[in-house]
Write a protein that binds this ligand. Structure first.
Ligand code: ATP
Ligand code: MG
Length: 459
């Protein structure tokens, strides 16, 4: 049986709860904060109900808040349901801000409280399951020089990196934007015998065509207007190291020819110069376009491809990496909490579901950005879907809003309608309505207020 700690200074209430809940839970009963904390340390219950007005200050809530703070310090994952007097709305919201799971206003209706407690235990066990999942996946995960992943496809990628690193073979890395192509390029370099020499990256898509040649091969003084001095190109800098040609698919045809000549003869000429300069660089390239198609269409030379794509490593999109999404989310979460010095419990169950089901068009980069934003933005103990930039209310397909409204307006309309219906159906009973809608009561209070809906008088 689950263990529940009940903290209330009123003996009649303790008796009522003992009678009403004793069959479902192992109960600990405390009449003041110190006793509550002793019992909490001893048994570590997952759920606590906490009356805020505790002795010696029954009329203020300070002792209750102290107890709440200490419990959450001991166990940030504990689910504390705060119980307040009739006028306690403000205290209740403050408690939720501080990390209480939910609140409940006296007088106590056992049936309602039972639902809240049951939901709290349910959530606590789901979260425990998530933590177990994340902590068991982390130690066993495969980490290849900072590239994290454990799904079969990423394991293959790691095996490829190890295999090609030792050779001098040119490597082409393909994959959608944000899948980690540059990370893989750096890993191949770092693991190779050239690892202590330069890794020189050039983005072929970001530099105007007329400047790209000089950027790659350098130029002599006076080679063109503005060429005041002799400048070495990226190829020369990469001598005995690795030259990383990013977005190689964007390389103009004229330069494809020049690059091919360099790869065949291993010599370059600076722009405006006639001297052949020997360069020994390993070539790694990356692209997010379909090179086979580009060759068919004649925008990419076959002979160049055969030179630079001796080995290809294809990075799977994030949506095909299964539970790696959660492993990576956890990695970025911990990194950002550390960097930003924030203490957050982790992801709520709803957030984990959103992370699992999202399509990730921006792949790992998108995940990294969303998690960072959430760590900065959240003011709850667990990151909620909204913090990650996900809407937590999927639109209902039952009554389609008119197509002339924006998606956001449509969502708002549907959200308002669903909440109104639920409140009406359950005669303003917030607990029941929240249960039907699948959201917590504080969320429902918040949404009802946002849409200016009557919450009724029930707690
Ligand atoms: N498997 C991974 N483990 C840890 N971090 C990763 C992983 N994959 C990508 N990242 C991080 O995600 C971000 C994007 O990675 P990277 O720049 O290598 O992607 P890319 O494929 O080169 O993207 P683009 O095509 O847009 O240039 C980086 O901050 C990188 O550190
Ligand atoms: Mg890149």
């Amino acid at each position: 049986m689950n263990r529940l700690l009940i903290v209330d200074d009123n003996e009649d209430i303790r008796k009522q709860l003992k009678w009403g809940l004793g069959r479902d839970y192992d109960l600990d009963l405390a009449e003041n904060a110190d006793h509550a904390l002793t019992l909490f340390r001893k048994h570590r219950p997952a759920v606590v109900t906490l009356d805020l007005g505790l002795p010696p200050h029954e009329d203020s809530s300070e002792e209750g808040f102290r107890c709440l703070t200490e419990i959450l310090t001991l166990a940030p994952v504990a689910k504390v349901i705060v119980i307040t007097g009739n006028d306690g709305q403000e205290n209740a919201l403050r408690a939720v801000q501080m990390g209480a799971y939910d609140f409940y206003r006296k007088p106590i209706d056992l049936d309602e409280l039972r639902i809240i407690i049951k939901r709290a235990f349910h959530l606590a066990s789901l979260e425990a399951e998530n933590r177990r999942l994340l902590s068991t996946t982390l130690p066993g995960m495969n980490d290849c020089l900072g590239i994290v992943g454990q799904c079969p496809k990423m394991r293959e990628v790691f095996a490829m990196i190890r295999k090609v690193a030792d050779s001098d073979a040119s490597v082409m890395i393909t994959g959608e934007s944000g899948t980690g192509k540059e990370l893989v390029a750096r890993a191949v370099h770092a693991k190779s015998p050239r690892g202590n020499n330069n890794f020189v990256a050039i983005n072929c898509g970001a530099i105007p065509e007329n400047l790209l040649e000089a950027e790659l091969f350098g130029h002599e003084k006076g080679a063109f207007t503005g060429a005041h001095a002799r400048v070495q190109g990226k190829c020369e800098y990469a001598h005995q190291g690795t030259l990383f040609l990013d977005e190689i698919g964007e390389l103009p045809l004229s330069l494809q020819v020049k690059l091919l000549r360099f790869l065949q003869e291993r010599v370059i000429q600076r722009v405006g110069g006639r001297q052949d300069i020997q360069v020994d660089a390993r070539i790694i390239s990356a692209t997010n376009i379909n090179i086979a198609k580009a060759m068919e269409q004649g925008t990419f030379r076959d002979d160049l491809f055969y030179r630079i794509g001796v080995v290809t490593i294809d990075l799977p999109p994030l949506r095909e990496r299964g539970e790696d999404v959660l492993v990576l989310a956890n990695l970025f979460f911990r990194k950002n909490c550390r960097d930003l010095n924030r203490k957050i419990g982790g992801f709520s169950t709803e957030s984990l579901n959103c992370l699992r089901s999202h399509d990730w068009p921006g792949n790992v980069r998108e995940l990294e950005n969303r998690v960072q934003r959430a760590v900065i933005m959240t003011n709850t103990r667990f990151i909620e879907p909204g913090d990650l930039g996900f809407d937590d209310q999927p639109p209902s397909s039952a009554d389609d809003p008119s197509p002339s409204v924006t998606l956001r307006e449509g969502r708002e309309t549907v959200e308002r309608r669903m909440i109104q219906n639920a409140l009406q159906e359950h005669a303003g009973n917030i607990s029941k309505a929240a249960e039907v809608l699948g959201i917590s009561r504080p969320t429902l209070y918040y949404l009802a207020k946002k849409h200016d809906l009557d919450q009724g008088n029930h707690a």
